[in-house]
Design a protein around this ligand. Structure first.
Ligand SMILES: [Zn+2]
Ligand SMILES: [Zn+2]
Length: 236
């Protein structure tokens, strides 16, 4: 492709990729919800992505990646997650502080630097928030908000990486890879006992956390309107 993607185009490609990865409908409406932007703004950018050859739109408005668009989207998503992992594991930056840094760095990274960073993170397979660095390796989960009282859970990932949400999870000691049991679940809150501490989250926050559960409700990813909580745009 002769065209160089702009930073704004790459932000959209990331969001559209996340919708595809999560198995959610790839529509302008869902992009607008996810990015908390007005439909006309999103409509204009979707048109630009189509003209530049990254996506196509079906008559029913469903968005698909072109082969070039998919490669580009996977590249930006992979770099974002790799940078986050590098910042936590190699530079020692707390995991709730790396998303915004990665948003800035991901657009300006050479293939050589990417290769070096990949070597530096060892065998880590996900970003610190649980998203697979190699696209396509996503484990299917359920929203923590769907899980019943008494179930065992393992935290898979945070679907919304807004800074204020990540800070809340950090404070509550909710971290991808940790396991516990749901010891309380009412209309407003859900409490998980992780053994050495408990964490209480509101239902709407618990909706944004994907887990493995036993017993498990049916697999599902929350729709974008349920995932948008903070004023921050939500990330992957
Ligand atoms: Zn992120
Ligand atoms: Zn992340």
């Amino acid at each position: 492709m002769a065209h160089e993607a702009t930073v704004a185009e790459e932000e959209y490609l990331q969001i559209i990729f996340w919708l595809q990865e999560a198995g959610l409908p790839m529509t302008g409406a869902n992009v607008a919800r996810a990015m908390q932007l007005s439909p006309p703004t999103v409509h204009e950018m979707i048109g630009r992505l189509e003209r530049d050859g990254y996506i196509t739109r079906a008559p029913n408005k469903a968005i698909s990646f072109t082969p070039e668009g998919l490669v580009h989207a996977e590249g930006i998503v992979r770099r974002h997650r790799l940078i986050e992992r590098f910042l936590t594991d190699v530079l020692g930056i707390p995991w709730h502080e790396v998303h915004e840094e990665a948003e800035r760095l991901e657009h300006a990274m050479s293939p050589v630097l990417e290769e070096r960073m990949l070597a530096a993170i060892g065998d880590a397979k996900t970003c610190p928030h649980g998203h697979p660095i190699q696209p396509g390796e996503r484990v299917i989960g359920v929203p923590l908000g769907d899980v019943e009282h008494g179930a065992k859970v393992t935290i898979l990932r945070f679907e919304n990486e807004a800074e204020d949400l990540l800070a809340l999870f950090h404070e509550e000691g909710v971290e991808p890879g940790t396991s516990g049991s749901v010891i309380e679940a009412d209309d407003e809150h859900i409490t998980v006992d992780f053994g050495d501490h408990t964490a209480t989250l509101t239902r709407s926050v618990a909706e944004t956390v994907s887990v493995l559960a036993d017993p498990s409700p049916p697999p599902r990813t929350a729709l974008p309107e349920q995932l948008v909580l903070g004023r921050e745009r939500y990330g992957r």
